[in-house]
Design a protein around this ligand. Structure first.
Ligand code: G6P
Length: 609
């Protein structure tokens, strides 16, 4: 939800900011802007629309400066427009702010500031920050920021500059992420590490209630009381190439194709095929504590929630303890009951999703063990949970999650086997057999990805339909949900994911020749049941496309089109059944000319409630 960037250094500041904003664009893309300082003047350029519109405007009418800040917006307060685009100015126009987050008390602050004579030009909550800093500004920008942010309620990561103190950017955060890049005589502030990778891999993650003052010769850190802080720099192992498209038409397609490797990377070094053991001591929760876990509660949003549902089936099958899976946005407001012997797992690619983070903070008060499954190292959720199991998917740029979903399922498969081992629910032989099956999964994924022509043709055939039903049962019910979500997100086609057995309790009324069904029918414990459900559709003239094992002969008699996948241990079918559904959504969206990587109204990292 909005991306902020700031740069001080000797490179062309407009190019650095633009390039940075392109890498942050997945966070929001309804308007964008930059402000650069040229001598004692601030030059601001803002546009409605994407970064490409900002780039075009800057090419047509360039601006120059020696340092500056930039912003890409996902509107919360104030519709997307040039006026509401950041950076926002104070009354004097000598100070600008970019902001990610929401200021909840902005209306009352605005009223007070208005009475004091401040003049507002926008509908945004952010503008109050600029006027508040103006109000408190004497001679030190950081002191004014310090005073202003104490008046703010809500969530914010901000970067501020003023021509009154040349060569200085002040940034602060409570809630949304902010990371400081430490280059060679150049310094950055950014919402995430992606814009920094081509400049430096040395970074400092800002914690809540910390301020950084960035100048051309370094970065200094303070708490909100102004006390100086010593911060340790981290080295980021992601490479700049990881955030490029590398010949693919879209990031989403590239990320779909990266999945076999991502699963390999997530499994790598965490299992031994000699001993049959899963090696997860790294997670920071002792085996002794895990041994006594009686129940697991998985909390997440969006695609991560669907991975959590897959995790439920895995843990219940392998560990034989109860698992609940909850939407973070719901759970945090429930009168939830937790026990010290429960384990809460929060799954979040970004590690910054506001509802997931808030839910984690709420559950921690009841003192269960907590484990984060995150992709972004050092993200808020990974820092605040007691233990963390990282997925090794690398940066995901496409707004619709694909490779991180597979990586989350790999992490959950490993964790389930680890817990089963600790609780002695599986013996060495069984464990070894599961691990061998798991290890073969990436190769089988590759086989599917090597034969995409058929899926492309199929997508063409179905691209003009307006409604789809996705059906799955047992561990593939979550994949039906995820397949439908992918289609909705990127192609704007209505799709419903449903458990096969529930279909007759409602959705069957929708079935006709205009609503095809995508059914997930691997040979597993519910195979026969799914076939009966599909017969119910066929008798109502519904068209069926089925994802099924390539060696399944029977299925051809029951459905119209079969999308074959290699056979695999039923517990690991989601790794394979997911791929055709992602590709189907991708090709349909692409054929319909939709903006695959940046679907309308969505943002990748939802750091507001
Ligand atoms: C947004 C994204 C989804 C993602 C969800 C949860 O809605 O568009 O792709 O699944 O947030 O994000 P998280 O980072 O917590 O996994």
């Amino acid at each position: 939800m909005c991306g902020i960037i700031g740069y001080i250094g000797s490179k062309n500041v407009v190019s650095v900011l633009l390039d940075g904003l392109k890498k942050l664009e997945y966070r929001g893309y309804d308007s964008a802007g930059i402000a650069v300082v040229n001598g004692n003047r601030i030059q601001v350029r803002r546009v409605k629309g994407k970064i490409s519109s900002l780039e075009k405007s800057l090419q047509e009418k360039p601006i120059r400066g020696s340092y500056g800040v930039g912003h890409t917006r996902w509107a919360t307060h104030g519709r997307p427009s040039e006026d509401n685009a950041h950076p926002h100015r104070d009354c004097t126009g000598t100070l600008v702010v970019v902001h990610n987050g929401i200021i909840e008390n902005y209306l009352s602050l605005k009223e007070k500031l208005n009475k004091e004579g401040h003049r507002f030009r926008t509908e945004t909550d952010t503008e109050v920050i600029a006027h508040l800093i103006e109000k408190y500004y004497n001679s030190s920008l950081e002191k004014a920021v310090q005073k202003a942010i104490k008046r703010l309620e809500g969530a914010f990561a901000i970067a501020v500059l003023s021509t009154k103190e040349s060569g200085k950017i002040v940034a602060a955060k409570v809630g949304p992420p902010a990371v400081v890049g430490l280059g060679k005589k150049e310094f950055f502030i950014s919402s995430d590490i992606n814009p920094l990778l081509s400049h430096t891999q040395k970074v400092v993650f800002l914690e809540d209630k910390e301020i950084v003052v960035i100048k051309g010769d370094g970065a200094k850190f303070f708490d909100f009381e102004g006390k100086s802080l010593e911060k340790k720099a981290d080295h980021i192992s992601w490479s700049p190439l990881m955030v490029e498209k590398r010949g693919f038409k879209h990031f989403m397609l590239k990320e779909i194709f990266e999945q076999p490797q991502v699963v390999r990377d997530t499994l790598n070094g965490r299992m031994s095929l000699d001993s049959g053991k899963v090696l997860l001591d790294e997670i920071g929760i002792s085996p002794q504590i895990l041994k006594n876990i009686k129940k697991v509660i998985i909390i997440a949003c969006g695609t991560s929630y669907h991975a959590g549902l897959v995790g439920k089936y895995l843990i219940e099958s392998l560990v034989q303890i109860p698992v609940d899976v909850e939407f973070a946005s719901e759970y945090r407001y429930r009168d939830f009951i937790l026990d010290k012997e429960d384990l809460v797992i929060v799954i979040s690619q970004s590690g910054e999703t506001a509802d997931s983070l808030a839910a984690l903070r709420a559950v921690k008060k009841k003192k269960p063990s907590s484990l984060a499954i995150c992709n972004v190292v050092n993200s808020s959720i990974s820092r605040e949970a007691e233990g963390v199991l990282y997925t090794h998917a690398g940066p995901e740029i496409g707004v619709a999650a694909t490779k991180t979903f597979s990586a989350q399922m790999a992490a959950l498969a490993l964790f389930s086997l680890y817990l089963a081992q600790i609780k002695r629910r599986i013996n060495r032989k069984e464990s070894l057999s599961y691990l061998q099956d798991l290890q073969r999964v990436p190769h089988k994924m590759e086989k599917i990805l090597n034969q995409t022509d058929f899926l492309q043709k199929l997508s063409l055939q179905f691209s003009s339909f307006s409604h789809f039903l996705y059906l799955g049962r047992w561990i593939n019910f979550p994949i039906a949900l995820e397949g439908a979500l992918k289609l909705k997100e990127i192609s704007y086609i209505h799709a419903e994911g449903y458990p096969g057995g529930e279909m007759k309790h409602g959705p069957i009324a929708l079935i006709d020749e205009k609503m095809p069904t995508l059914a997930i029918v691997p040979k597993d414990r519910v195979y026969e049941k799914m076939l009966s459900n599909l017969s119910e559709i066929k008798t109502r003239i519904g068209y069926i496309l089925a994802v099924a094992f390539e060696n399944d002969k029977e299925i051809h008699k029951k459905v119209d089109i079969v999308i074959p996948i290699p056979s695999v241990n039923p517990l690991f079918t989601p790794f394979l059944t997911t791929l055709p559904l992602q590709l189907f959504a991708y090709y349909i969206a692409s054929i319909r000319g939709a903006d695959v990587d940046q679907p309308r109204n969505l943002a990748k990292s939802v750091t507001v409630e």
